[in-house]
Design a binder for this molecule. Structure first.
Ligand SMILES: *Cc1c(COP(=O)(O)O)cnc(C)c1O
Length: 384
């Protein structure tokens, strides 16, 4: 079937990012590749085997359905970890298939124990503790209950890990909060050990924490955005540049994804005409414009109306008017040799003309995460 746009994943760039992450965390820390949100829009089925070919054998997802998709493409020796929702029905499949999962309340622990006994197969759990994010995780009283349950579980609850998540490690404004979280986490760990429970893996770090706070590395780091070639925030990038010495101060990360479509139709617009719905764009001179068959239904955000930039024949050109559901208009007045069917790069390109995700109208880095994960599942993913 014909698709109106194509996503290409660059395996060389990925390899280079993984090498960079490994050099940052050192040889003794395990790397878990975070592939929730359809591998940040890159596509689980296409992305996971590529990461595996870089030697990564640990994957973290949000939910049981994502674990299912990773499981269907991953080699047997790799570990899959669910950091979020499993659901009553998911648990049975999860335990049966050695999928590991976060446990953050006593109800889930009880459900896991019941199913593990029924299947005669231990549940591999990672205890999530509350250290300050106030999202999910055990407080001390709940943890005490859990420990009692583990002690009478006849080995059906195996503690593979002890984990937590930081409340904004990408911003220096949260420095004190993160430091407190690290302290709280370490206390929980020591207390568990005193209770005779030693989790196999201690893990707390996401990309930002791994870069900015080396002591969060512990036994394993859960890395999402960095492996795709984006910094979690400008602050983290600047912090990194400040720390490296005697090296070229360049960006070591390489964008893995590119996204292209094509020119569907071309027309001329005269001075004084409005372009698209409403009155948001007024032609100030005679213009050539082109329709591109990608809109917000394909993940190209309406925020990019009159703001987005795309590449056509090596030139950066602007989106004119409102991004529609299935289409957008671009200004091709200054592009030489334009014709129908010509490639339009929505994300990608080289050097100073490159269109990165963040360069979408100077929007914040948080939008990298959002724009990427909104890329629809049904756009074909090709590997380069
Ligand atoms: C998403 C997520 C990560 C990875 O975050 P990045 O900033 O993309 O590295 C790590 N841990 C948890 C619990 C997450 O939800």
């Amino acid at each position: 079937m014909h698709s109106t746009s194509t996503i290409v994943l660059n395996s060389e760039s990925l390899k280079s990012n993984i090498d960079f992450i490994r050099s940052s965390i050192g040889p003794d820390v395990r790397l878990s590749s975070v592939v929730k949100g359809n591998a940040y829009g890159h596509g689980i089925e296409a992305f996971v085997p590529l990461v595996e070919s870089c030697g990564v054998d640990h994957f973290s997802v949000f939910s049981a359905d994502e674990a299912h998709r990773v499981h269907s493409v991953v080699s047997r020796d790799s570990t899959i970890l669910i950091m979020g929702e499993v659901g009553e029905h998911g648990l049975e499949w999860v335990i049966e298939n050695d999928i590991e999962f976060f446990v953050f309340d006593i109800e889930r622990a009880l459900a896991a124990l019941t199913i593990a006994r029924k299947l005669s197969k231990p549940a591999k759990i990672h205890i999530e503790v509350e250290t300050g994010l106030n999202r999910t995780g055990f407080n001390k009283p709940g943890l005490k209950q859990l420990v009692e349950l583990i002690k009478i579980s006849d080995g059906y609850l195996v503690v593979e890990g002890l984990c937590t998540h930081y409340a904004g490690a990408e911003s220096i404004a949260n420095y004190v909060r993160v430091q407190n979280q690290i302290k709280k986490y370490n206390k929980f760990y020591q207390w568990l050990v005193s209770q005779g429970i030693t989790p196999t893996l201690r893990h707390t770090a996401c990309s930002a924490a791994a870069m900015a706070y080396p002591k969060t590395h512990m036994d394993l780091v859960r890395i999402g955005i960095l492996q795709y070639g984006f910094w979690p925030s400008k602050e983290i990038f600047i912090d990194y540049l400040g720390k490296i010495r005697n090296k070229e101060k360049t960006d070591p990360l390489k964008r893995v994804i590119s996204w292209t479509s094509y020119i569907m139709s071309i027309k001329e617009v005269r001075t004084g005409e409005f372009i698209g719905y409403g009155t948001s764009y007024l032609a100030q001179q005679n213009m050539s414009i082109a329709a591109v068959p990608v809109g917000y239904a394909h993940g190209y955000s309406r925020i990019l109306s009159n703001q987005g930039r795309v590449l056509v024949n090596g030139r950066r050109v602007g989106v004119v008017g409102i991004v529609n559901m299935n289409m957008m208009m671009i200004d091709i007045s200054d592009v030489p040799d334009v014709h129908k069917g010509m490639k339009v790069t929505l994300i990608g390109g080289k050097d100073e003309t490159a269109i990165s995700v963040a360069s979408f109208g100077e929007l914040s880095n948080q939008l990298n995460y959002e724009l990427l994960t909104r890329l629809p599942h049904d756009i074909p993913r090709l590997i380069k």
